[in-house]
Ligand binder design. Structure first.
Ligand code: UD1
Ligand code: CA
Length: 487
């Protein structure tokens, strides 16, 4: 197999995004656009990728350097390199900058850093065409990915002769009226043997409407040299759609999410509405969006999954939940508007647990079987054993909670003294009344009861009732203040 080297053009400014962030770092499903394109290089098991940067070059390079590791999982020999194009004098000029780094024994695929949804199979077919695998072109060919668009405005047109052979690409601004009527356009993606590409690049000129060095001019040069030019035409415009504006970014986001939603439904996951489903990478850690589901999982509308989330058999996710980096065991029910974010430490929800509505599970929340967490309850870095319940308006931070504990409404662990965090241990079968403050470090012994309204600072022995609040007093014959009669 001929080695594959990918060139990714990413020097453009992306003016229409109206953003400080370089365009290729804008995120689609939580992942920078350029990373989506590098993923394609990975799927193709490319030998190298050369990213051509310009606008925001430092930022783009810094954000992308770690990407090599992803590609290395496909090809350990993978190399990622950057070249600068300053100033930007056109797509042909961009590729010229990469030429010194480009090896001559490979096949080159040219991609754009802002075209994220090209399918690997499409690129494989394009590469096969350039390597002469089809059409009896044994010495290699220039293979163009083309698409027919109802409105081809702005794109380079594919000009063919009477026999249907590709003769040239003519940019919209340089095209005649007759050429502008052509609806087959160049996608911006091509494949060609490197040894053919190099000499053409040296012959490009900027004598055109935009005064730019057009990469697309290599087509006419190939024809002049007698090198076959093959158009691999696809009908799915999404695969070659670029991101130029927030509207286009949102359109591609929806298309990408719909693809993910359909893939899950094909595995049997029941989504109430595939158009209202999101699965994203976690931009904080770079963990890839992955939703791993058992049988008979149901997900209601408007849920957002981030990073790696596992849902066991029969799990039900209510409407409008946000769930990141969590493992939810079989039969658990997550009621609407629940926020679960495991960040790095993760969150685990046990079998048959009932969570929410309006619950918040934070990193290190480890819940056993049949745990109940109700509305406006926050759990952070705490273990709750099987059958423990905190049903209303409560906080559990840095706590170890035993089996069957009932944790009353409005109660909190005071886990932070302003400098350090301390643990609260609540042993099995404890009953914490409403509105208690458990000042950590503290242990409530097995089977103990803490009276409502107590601020507890000392350990409560097993089986005891701990009460720590002002004693109730009665002033008999008490008369309420009354308003004085008006004079
Ligand atoms: C280009 C093609 C056009 C095709 C269209 C598909 C040329 C001359 N034209 O047009 O035939 O239909 O893509 O979308 O190639 N870039 C650089 N350096 C530059 C100029 C551009 O890195 O000097 C990068 C851009 O950041 C972008 C890509 O190259 O990622 C394409 O550039 P763009 O200006 O969008 O090309 P078009 O004029 O749209
Ligand atoms: Ca342009």
């Amino acid at each position: 197999m001929t080695p594959l080297d990918i060139l990714i053009m990413a020097a453009g400014k992306g003016t229409r995004m109206k953003s400080r962030l370089p365009k290729v770092l804008q995120r689609l499903a939580g992942r920078p656009l350029l990373q989506h394109v590098l993923d394609q290089a990975a799927h193709l098991q490319a030998r190298s990728a050369i990213v051509i940067t310009g606008h925001g070059a430092m930022e783009v390079e810094a954000a992308t350097a770690g990407a090599a590791s992803v590609s290395a999982t496909f090809n350990p020999e993978f190399e990622l390199a950057f070249v600068r194009q300053e100033p930007q004098l056109g797509t042909g000029h961009a590729v010229q900058q990469a030429l010194p780094q480009l090896r001559t024994d490979g096949t080159v695929v040219v991609l754009s850093g802002d075209v994220p949804l090209t399918q690997p199979d499409t690129l494989r077919a394009l590469i096969a065409a350039s390597e002469g695998v089809i059409d009896d072109v044994y010495d290699g060919a220039l293979a163009l990915l083309t698409v027919t668009l109802p409105d081809p405005t702005g794109y380079g047109r594919i000009v063919r002769n009477a026999a249907g052979a590709v003769q040239a690409i003519v940019e919209h601004k340089d095209a005649s009226e007759a050429q502008r009527a052509i609806t087959e356009v160049y996608s911006g993606i091509l494949a060609v043997p490197a040894r053919l590409l190099a000499p053409w690049l040296g012959r490009l000129t900027n004598h055109n409407a935009q005064g730019e060095y057009y990469l697309t001019d290599i087509v006419a040069l190939a024809v002049a040299d007698g090198v076959p030019v093959l158009a691999h035409r696809i009908s799915d415009a999404l695969q070659v759609a670029g991101v130029n504006s927030p509207v286009q970014l949102a359109e591609l986001e929806r298309a990408y999410q719909l693809r993910q939603a359909h893939a899950l439904m094909e595995q049997g996951v029941r989504l109430a509405d595939p158009a209202r489903f999101d699965l994203r990478d976690d931009p904080r850690t770079g963990v890839r969006g992955a939703l791993v589901c058992g049988q008979d999982v149901e997900i209601d509308v408007g849920c957002i999954f981030t990073g790696r989330v596992e849902l066991g058999e029969g799990v039900q996710i209510g409407a409008h939940c946000c769930i990141a980096n969590a493992v939810i065991a079989a039969g658990a029910v997550i009621h609407p508007y629940t926020h679960i974010d495991g960040e790095q430490a993760g969150v685990a929800v046990g079998e048959g647990a009932l969570i929410g509505p309006f619950a918040r599970l934070r990193p290190g929340a480890q819940l056993g079987r049949a745990v109940h967490i109700g509305n406006f309850v926050e759990v952070k870095n705490s273990t709750l054993a099987d059958g423990a319940k905190a049903n209303h308006l409560a906080y559990l931070g840095d706590a170890t909670v035993g089996e069957r504990v009932n944790y009353g409404a409005g109660s909190i662990t005071a886990n932070y003294d302003g400098a350090n965090k301390h643990r609260t241990v609540i042993e099995a079968d404890v009953h914490i009344g409403s509105n208690c403050v458990l000042v950590a470090p503290i242990t409530i012994g097995a089977g103990a009861t803490v009276g409502g309204g107590s601020t507890v600072t000392k350990a409560v022995p097993a089986g005891a009732l701990g009460v720590a609040r002002g004693k109730q007093v009665h002033l008999t014959n008490w008369t309420r203040p009354a308003k004085l009669p008006k004079p």
